[in-house]
Design a protein around this ligand. Structure first.
Ligand code: B4P
Length: 194
């Protein structure tokens, strides 16, 4: 199985690229952001709790997102692999993911990190905010908080996956098609060594 962690700051293009990669490699797309927004739209207890945090640009507690991922993995053991989009976002989540995958005799094949500078991230998210209806995309101070949270809580994952020789930085600026080709080339290299 091919298990890809698609990594990067808010606005790096994770969701955009994941859509293209799942089709190309026939993988299952797991976006914790999409799952949380689904809970919010259904006004579940979890969604109400998550909305208060997401609207401020803060992370949702590890236990909540890890529980959601565990349920999906249990129900999809037969598929060819996963693209994890926006998960893990903390070292605790990465440890939990490794432990979960071991239970299914799997591991993370590689962590592909999209690299985009801060001003480009802000411009992309504000642009999306004009049409997405996402409160967290409409205010520069909330976007900046999301980037700060990424720098303090999520960036340490680069060391975590580097220590496992699974960290692959990818330039995240250019056309969507160009970036997709860069990611595919890295993933095709991974399948050779699997
Ligand atoms: P996410 O849904 O993961 O939101 P995101 O970080 O903004 O990434 P997204 O995938 O939406 O954006 P993308 O980079 O594709 O999370 C939302 C919130 O949920 C988090 O802030 C957090 O509160 C919570 N959450 C989610 N997962 C969690 C976890 N594991 N633990 C705790 N909390 C969690 O793209 C952005 C925009 O850029 C798009 O509009 C796209 O059109 C544009 N774009 C993409 N590629 C481009 C390119 N090459 N050129 C120009 N524009 C491009």
């Amino acid at each position: 199985m091919l298990n890809i962690v698609l990594f990067g700051p808010p606005g790096a293009g994770k969701g955009t690229q994941a859509q293209l990669l799942v089709e190309h490699f026939n993988l299952k797309h797991l976006s914790t952001g999409d799952m949380l927004r689904d809970e919010i739209s259904r006004k579940t207890d979890l969604g109400i709790q998550a909305k208060a945090l997401i609207d401020k640009g803060e992370l949702v507690p590890d236990a909540i997102v890890c529980g959601m991922i565990e349920k999906i993995l249990e129900n999809n053991c037969g598929c060819t692999g996963f693209i994890f989009d926006g998960f893990p976002r903390t070292v605790a989540q990465a440890v939990a993911l490794d432990e979960l995958l071991v239970r299914f005799k799997q591991n993370v094949s590689g962590m592909l990190a999209l690299e985009v500078d801060k001003q480009e991230l802000i411009d992309r998210l504000l642009e999306r905010g004009k049409t997405s209806g996402r409160a967290d995309d409409q205010d520069v101070s909330i976007i900046e908080n999301r980037i700060d949270v990424y720098n303090t809580k999520t960036m340490p994952l680069i060391d975590y996956y580097s220590a496992q020789q699974k960290f692959y930085p990818v330039k995240g600026v250019g056309s969507i098609a160009e970036i997709s080709e860069r990611l595919k080339a890295v993933i095709e290299g991974l399948t050779v060594v699997l």
